[in-house]
Design a binder for this molecule. Structure first.
Ligand code: AMP
Ligand code: MG
Length: 395
């Protein structure tokens, strides 16, 4: 059997970062920056007031209280400014340019708020409540480096340096295609022997949570030809495909039967529990990566976390590898099969303990939904005593 590490290494050796595109800012959230973003101007571009108040000469308010005539009003966006001469004050709003002559701003709270003249109660030294040009960014300075994930604040600074478009690696478009003759769309009645399809919902959601775009395709039955038709139709919009089901050792395994003969997708046993049968390879002219995951709901989700998520990060141009783990202390003893890495569903508490949930079968989706972590038990460990330190992956 192939190890989990070897399977992930094969996947990461095949999957490539997506080529950067020039994206409108509106479409750039969650993408990975592929250029260095610099500012053409200093930010702020000009000295401006940090408060609503009065722009004056500090020397004129050395002794307070003092009453000064108000010669002008400057709002944010004002461009016609009268200079502040000795003994004068200008009423100024937050973000408005500081007029020539003034060297300090007195907040309105320190005055009587007058409009024709103002009485200032507290003194302020030079530079008070003035935001200097270039205080945030100098002209030509780098504000974001390539490889940065564009979140709300990063989008803000790209706009803040005047850019409308940016070079970034787009979110991978991932098609999720569930197979199984027994599957029924949730919301429709079940016939004998049928179950509602849950994997395509879980996997599409997991794709979206991983920062990619998930498309849930219509499920197909256990007919390899129908599966290939659906795959063909979906490939046009896919940077990657995830299938569920139809990869085990039984009969009626449409994914395996359809893809194995192509020679570009390998079906292997990976030494893990849950999730042993795994298929991975490339399909179509564009060599689109395809992850053929097992159908059991817990197996497919664990497989996603271990293999697909790191691959999606690689496609985004981000550092990648097995999911990060943290140490916790297990409540109760654990058993694990020899030679397989197991991923036991558990509830991780804030006190640093993790309790396995009841129902560790790979079909027990409700138990998975009650868990928030996977306890990782190494291949060579078969028994973990209660209280032992274990590594856990947060879900
Ligand atoms: P398979 O890998 O196709 O042999 O499926 C293994 C088990 O997972 C079977 O019990 C299937 O009924 C179940 N299963 C397969 N696909 C899904 C799905 N999309 N949603 C829920 N259960 C599924
Ligand atoms: Mg099946």
């Amino acid at each position: 059997m192939k190890s989990v590490d070897a399977h992930l290494a094969d996947i990461l050796a095949t999957v490539r970062p997506l080529a950067p595109l020039e994206l409108e800012l509106e479409r750039a959230l969650g993408t990975t920056l592929a250029e260095e973003v610099t500012s053409p101007l200093p930010l702020p571009p000009f000295d401006n007031s940090a408060m609503d108040g009065y722009a004056v000469r500090a020397a004129d308010i050395a002794e307070v209280p003092v009453t000064l005539p108000v010669i002008d009003d400057v709002a944010a966006g004002s461009d016609e400014l009268r200079a502040v001469g000795p003994g004068h004050a200008v009423r100024i709003m937050t973000g408005a340019p500081v007029p020539a002559g003034a060297d300090t701003v007195v907040p309105v709270e320190w005055t009587n708020g007058g409009t024709a003249s103002v009485t200032i109660e507290c003194t302020a030294g030079p530079g008070n409540a003035i935001r200097r040009a270039g205080e945030d960014v100098q002209a030509g300075e780098t504000v974001l480096k390539p490889g940065t994930v564009i979140g709300p604040a990063q989008l803000g600074i790209i706009a803040g340096v005047g850019r409308r478009r940016v070079w970034a690696r787009p979110r991978p478009r991932v098609v999720v295609l569930a197979t199984g003759a027994e599957l029924v769309e949730p919301g429709l009645p079940l016939g004998p022997g049928q179950i509602w399809d849950s994997n395509s919902f879980t996997l599409t959601a997991a794709v979206r949570q991983a920062g990619a775009e998930g498309f849930r395709a219509d499920t197909v039955g256990d007919d390899p030809a129908a599966f290939l038709d659906q795959l063909d139709a979906q490939l046009v919009r896919a940077d990657a495909v995830i299938t569920s089901g139809g990869v085990s050792m039984g009969a009626y395994e449409p994914v395996k039967e359809a893809l194995a003969p192509l020679g570009t997708v390998r079906f292997e046993k990976v030494a893990m529990q849950p999730g042993m049968p795994q298929g991975f390879g490339v399909v179509g002219e564009d060599q689109v990566p395809i992850f053929a995951l097992p159908g059991n709901p817990v197996s497919s989700y664990v497989s996603f976390m271990l293999f697909v998520r790191p691959a999606l990060r690689r496609m985004c141009g981000l550092p990648t590898g097995l999911p990060e783990t943290e140490t916790a202390h297990v409540v109760g003893a654990l058993r694990s099969p020899e030679g397989k890495r197991s991923f036991v569903r558990g509830v991780l508490s804030s006190d640093g303990t993790v309790s396995p949930v009841r129902g560790q079968g790979s079909h027990q989706l409700a138990a998975l939904a009650s868990a928030n972590a996977l306890i990782v038990v190494a291949e060579d460990v078969t028994e973990v005593p209660s209280g032992a330190a274990v590594e856990v992956i947060r879900l």
